[in-house]
Write a protein that binds this ligand. Structure first.
Ligand code: SF4
Length: 321
């Protein structure tokens, strides 16, 4: 699995060719940051005292926080309930499950197939059948070399938490209902982790449904590679592979030496700490982020999101003068 597959793309930030990334908002349309008066007029609730959600980082939380700290507060600190998303239908008129639900179904199907709980491959995974069969065979022949659907929890010193060593009082459940330590700092979710024969090379596979978001997905796998290198001191090289089941089985891979991936520690530590220590949750309205944000003005609801109306700073292209 350490061979570079066909379609290998170098996603090193220094060499990333971003010319193919669509710009969704023209430079002239990016709104300025809100003034203090606008923030005050928006009637944002008083800062909340430090609570667990900010201390518990995962890639999705960090990404949500980076887009807009106020949206993060609504979702993870205040735990407001979003409205149901608008219904989507396929070309036959059947209601399609929301993207996140479809993604969970496909991930479960991949896990079941690799672990031989089923012999049936879902059509969405057909383009990845060679890779999946290879992984399935490895799971049969050398199960110690391949780990599936791993939720890894790290403490505040970035050491892996041994779930088996926790007492009942020290255990909790994640928002997805999975067991977790009641007190952890970082959660890393790895779909597939494959080692070479002498466990000095780790390949991290992340299955993606939907579109390719090169920068976001590269950042996510970079975080996973970092924590894998920290967890396994014998690992000298890490390869990350993004498997895009809806993009004809496209695979995007990147190789890191141990030395190289550990250089990203400070960057991620700062990102995690910034979220952890925030208590103001200042909004960062941006037309692109507000478009997909569920907490915007009700009249800004669109085909992807029904908005709750909690945020009066919501921006929408329909309001452009
Ligand atoms: S609508 Fe915009 S400014 Fe308001 S919380 Fe959402 S992303 Fe932030």
């Amino acid at each position: 699995m350490s061979e570079k597959p066909e379609g290998y793309v170098n996603l090193d930030p220094e060499h990333l060719d971003a010319s193919h990334i669509k710009t969704q908002t023209k430079a002239t349309q990016i709104p300025p940051a809100p003034t203090q008066a606008e923030i005050e007029a928006a009637n944002i609730p008083e800062p909340t005292e430090l609570r667990t959600p900010m201390a518990q980082a995962s890639y999705s939380r960090l990404d949500y926080y980076k887009n807009c700290p106020l949206a993060f507060k609504f979702k993870y600190v205040d735990r407001l309930a979003p409205l149901q998303e608008p219904e989507h239908k396929d070309k036959f008129g059947n209601v399609k499950p929301p993207g996140w639900q479809r993604g969970s179904i496909i991930h479960q199907a991949m896990d079941d197939y690799i672990n031989s709980r089923t012999n049936v491959l879902r059509p969405e995974l057909y383009d990845l059948r060679f890779e999946l069969n290879e992984a399935r065979q490895l799971k049969i022949d050398e199960p110690e070399r391949i780990l599936t659907e791993q939720n890894k929890f790290f403490d505040f010193d970035y050491n892996l938490i041994d779930m088996d060593a926790l007492t009942d009082d020290e255990k909790g459940v994640t928002s997805a209902g999975d067991p977790c330590p009641s007190n952890y700092h970082v959660l890393v979710i790895i779909d597939l982790l494959i080692f070479n024969e002498d466990f000095t090379h780790a390949t991290i596979v992340d299955l993606k449904s939907g579109k390719v978001y090169p920068v976001k997905h590269a950042a996510q796998t970079q975080l996973y590679a970092l924590f894998t290198a920290m967890e396994y001191p014998q690992v000298e090289n890490v390869t990350t592979q993004l498997w895009y089941c809806d993009q004809s089985g496209k695979i995007v891979a990147k190789d890191f030496t141990r030395e190289r991936i550990l250089m990203y520690f400070n960057f991620w530590h700062r990102s995690i700490s910034r979220m952890h220590k925030d208590y103001k949750f200042l909004p960062s309205p941006h037309e692109q982020h507000c478009f997909f944000c569920e907490w915007g003005k009700i009249e800004h609801s669109n085909k992807w999101k029904n908005k709750t109306g909690n945020c009066e700073l919501s921006l929408d292209k329909r309001d452009r003068i």
